[in-house]
Design a protein around this ligand. Structure first.
Ligand SMILES: NC(=O)c1ccc[n+]([C@@H]2O[C@H](COP(=O)([O-])OP(=O)(O)OC[C@H]3O[C@@H](n4cnc5c(N)ncnc54)[C@H](O)[C@@H]3O)[C@@H](O)[C@H]2O)c1
Length: 420
């Protein structure tokens, strides 16, 4: 491990490679660059400390630079032990950012680094999965009065925050960036759809065409992954616990069934639920020889990996992000140790996707500062016009122009008198 006053990273000599990756990311993040240009003039975060626990990827590096351009002091760590890109961590360290992160963190290091970010005394927290907020509430309540608010990136984090809100345990306001329309559409649906396929392919190099892919959970992430798998020629089966989502999967043309029935049919299984143990040992017992298991939900709880380990007679790493378990003489493969496969075995979402997500984070931070002291300790949605502005910024970046309502149309839409 390389250590300095402002960092702990795997290998500082990777900084040059990181700079090149950051350059490529920047060129694909036009919408966020527009926000950065404005921040450079307006300095909305002048003197404000922002603490982040996000996947340390090249796109997050561009968000960090955007916040710093806006005047912020920043400290960052990862939000998952397997998702840090070590070249990016090295680059940010060399740029002087306070950063503690490496790919393959131990549990102790993961929490030690979170502690470093908390001891930086952030006035705004940016989380992906709610670990930072949770640690602050559990162990650093005395710091809470200084905190303006926080932003949360993912569905699992929002679920935890809403549980805190319900228990009256939430002590500062949090913006649910995840719940922006733009975030759900571009990140969870298109982004996770593509990058989950990417992660499974990089881990296994398997051909999707002709395979039976079992998609567990048909929320936004599951829908995106099912669509991309179908596009690659796979036969898709969906399992769900929600009537409405199951109905949509059926009407989208997928077979919908119970997991106990899908278990014997699938070649590739992917969990995208945010829920615990949706693949259990009784399912694994029924699987075919060669079945591949992956998770793209936030935490590594969706597949019962401990159960898999206990039921298998042997275990070995056959490729960098692929473990083979022998269960009743059959091979069962697990991608990325059951951690979110698109970040563990690939690079997460493409930069263009994260551009819209991180426009959401940057504008949410600006909203927190502008509304300081006037927000309740609740999970808050960003106003629709900010979300709409993000769509506009992304359309501009894609050089797409759209029509405007004519005065006659505006009048028509605001009136009730005119009928057939
Ligand atoms: N990999 C990534 O880059 C990435 C990106 C965004 C979100 N996420 C994570 O992915 C997960 C899903 O996010 P989402 O936005 O799609 O959430 P969502 O709430 O829209 O969808 C989850 C779906 O899973 C279903 N489900 C729950 N338990 C189930 C079970 N036992 N069996 C079958 N289905 C079940 C729910 O009914 C729901 O329809 C979350 O953990 C989220 O944080 C990951």
């Amino acid at each position: 491990m390389d250590k300095g006053d402002n960092y702990e990273v795997k290998d500082i000599s990777l900084a040059k490679q990181g700079q090149m990756n950051l350059e490529i990311a920047e060129s694909n993040m036009g919408a966020l660059m527009k926000v950065r240009e404005r921040f450079a003039k307006e300095l909305p975060f002048k003197g404000i400390r922002i603490g982040l626990a996000l996947h340390v990827t090249k796109e997050t590096g561009i968000l960090v630079r955007t916040l710093i351009t806006g005047g912020a002091e920043v400290a960052i760590t990862g939000c998952n032990p397997l998702s840090t890109q070590d070249d990016i961590a090295a680059s940010l360290a060399e740029e002087g950012v306070n950063i503690w992160a490496y790919k393959g963190e131990t549990n102790d290091d993961y929490y030690r680094y979170l502690k470093n970010v908390i001891e930086f005394r952030p006035e705004i927290t940016i989380d992906d999965g709610c670990d930072l907020v949770s640690e602050i509430h559990k162990n650093y309540e005395d710091l809470i009065p200084e905190i303006i608010g926080g932003c949360e990136e993912t569905t699992t984090g929002i679920i935890r925050l809403r549980a805190m809100e319900k228990d009256n345990a939430l002590k500062y306001p949090i913006i649910a960036v995840n719940d922006n329309k733009t975030k759900h559409l571009v990140d969870n649906y298109y982004g996770t759809g593509q990058s989950t396929v990417d992660g499974i392919i990089r881990a296994t190099n398997i051909l999707f065409s002709g395979k039976t892919v079992v998609v567990i959970g048909y929320g936004d992430c599951g829908k995106g992954f099912a669509l991309r798998s179908k596009g690659l020629g796979a036969n898709v089966i969906v399992t769900e616990v929600d009537n409405f989502c199951a109905l949509q999967a059926a009407y989208d043309g997928f077979r919908v069934m119970k997991m106990e029935d899908a278990a014997a049919l699938g070649d590739i299984f992917c969990t995208l639920t945010g829920n615990k143990h949706v693949i259990r040992t009784e399912h694994i017992n029924k699987m075919k020889d060669g079945a591949i298991l992956a998770n793209s939900g936030h935490f590594d709880i969706e597949i019962d990996v401990k159960g898999l380990r206990e039921m298998s007679s042997s275990e070995r790493r056959v490729r960098p992000f692929l473990d083979e378990y022998i269960v009743n003489g059959k091979k069962i493969f697990l991608c990325g140790e059951g951690r979110l496969v698109n970040l563990a075995a690939a690079e997460g979402h493409p930069s263009e996707v994260m551009s819209t997500s991180f426009c959401g984070q940057s504008l949410a931070c600006e909203y927190l500062v502008k509304n300081r002291g006037n927000m309740k300790n609740e999970v808050i949605l960003l106003p629709e016009e900010i979300d709409d502005n993000i769509s506009g910024l992304q359309l501009d970046a894609m050089k797409i122009c759209i029509d405007e309502l004519t005065p006659e149309q505006i009048e028509y839409l605001n009136s009730w008198q005119e009928g057939t």
